[in-house]
Design a protein around this ligand. Structure first.
Ligand code: GLN
Length: 313
């Protein structure tokens, strides 16, 4: 990235940030948790190029939980721990078109549809190796540190406790899946692994580095450390591109065309192979649970810079 290119992108991000900061209230359907409404004004967008160049605009130092964005990295570790075939046998790669917490399965193959919705992420957590939940969580968080380039990332206890007490649906889903033979072992232990990953807090800048690490073949562009085996990068980015935005994944692929994953905290990570990653954060969510400002900015950025993967030259 040349200096002129860097300045051009910074200028565009500032412009788009300003435009999308002022979206009307009627675009927002919810906040998670509801108390986040008090922070509705927060909006940060950061980008990192595979050469290490960085951009940031707005609230990029604010920490927010990964929530469902963690599903990308849990799945990545499950792949590494079990290999492609064994992982595919347990969780599919088919967009479900259903909400993130839906209780539906690929009945023909007795597995959740994909690892980017809760059912599939619970199975991915089940596939992560470790003697006990503590070791699984430590291995997972350690990977997150490598992706983000921040050795201090940790599970936020307060967020984790809150998630654990409003968790009936994940429990129901887990018990049902265990009865169907989709997961094994202790249900609570498995939920601890899943919700711990959801409760790790990052900044938009760190999130952009995590996306770029995927875009850069699994290697953190700043530290040079490998977070994911090269052979699995393709698998992970593929499911992001087809399943990353819950039941809006098809529309996103059609409209924006960038591999991405959202979380109910209002975060979005994107990874464009060999190019760059974005980290976005704004808590106002649309009816699908995706950040309204995050989607709006990505859509426009994709159009302006021709980033849609099928846009052609
Ligand atoms: N942690 C929440 C859950 O599992 C939400 C995850 C998400 O971002 N959809 O229900």
């Amino acid at each position: 990235v040349t200096r002129a290119e860097r300045d051009l992108v910074q200028e565009q991000l500032e412009y788009l940030h300003r435009r999308h900061l002022s979206i009307g209230d009627d675009h927002v359907a919810s906040f998670y948790p509801p108390e986040m409404e008090a922070q509705r004004h927060l909006f940060g967008v950061a980008g990192t190029n595979v050469d290490g160049t960085q951009w940031s605009v707005g609230d990029c130092a604010h920490r927010f939980p990964l929530q469902s964005i963690s599903k990308v990295f849990t799945y990545a570790l499950a792949l590494e721990d079990n290999g492609r075939e064994a992982t595919l046998n347990r969780v599919g790669v088919e967009p479900s078109g259903d909400p993130f917490n839906s209780i539906t399965f690929d009945e023909a193959r007795n597995r959740p549809h994909n690892p980017m919705v809760n059912a599939g992420a619970l199975v991915a957590a089940n596939l992560v190796r470790g003697r006990d939940p503590a070791e699984k969580v430590e291995r997972l968080v350690d990977r997150l540190r490598t992706y983000a380039g921040n050795p201090d990332l940790h599970v936020d206890k307060e967020i984790f406790e809150r998630e654990m007490v409003s968790n009936d649906r994940n429990l129901a889903l887990s018990y049902l899946m265990r009865s169907l033979g989709m997961i094994d072992g202790d249900i609570e232990d498995n939920i601890v692994v899943y919700l711990s990953a959801c409760s790790v807090q990052v900044t938009a800048v760190e999130l952009s580095v995590m996306g770029t690490t995927l875009a850069n073949g699994g290697v953190n562009p700043h530290s040079g450390s490998r977070a994911l085996g090269r052979q699995h990068v393709r698998d992970v980015i593929s499911v992001m591109s087809t399943c990353g935005m819950y039941n809006a994944a098809g529309e996103w692929a059609y409209d924006v065309g960038i591999p991405a994953k959202s979380g109910v905290s209002g975060g979005i990570v994107t990874a464009i192979p060999n190019y760059f990653g974005l980290g976005l954060f704004s808590p106002g969510l649309d009816v699908y649970g995706n950040s309204v400002r995050g989607i709006g900015l990505c859509r426009e950025l994709s159009a302006r810079f021709g980033l849609h993967m099928f846009a052609g030259p």
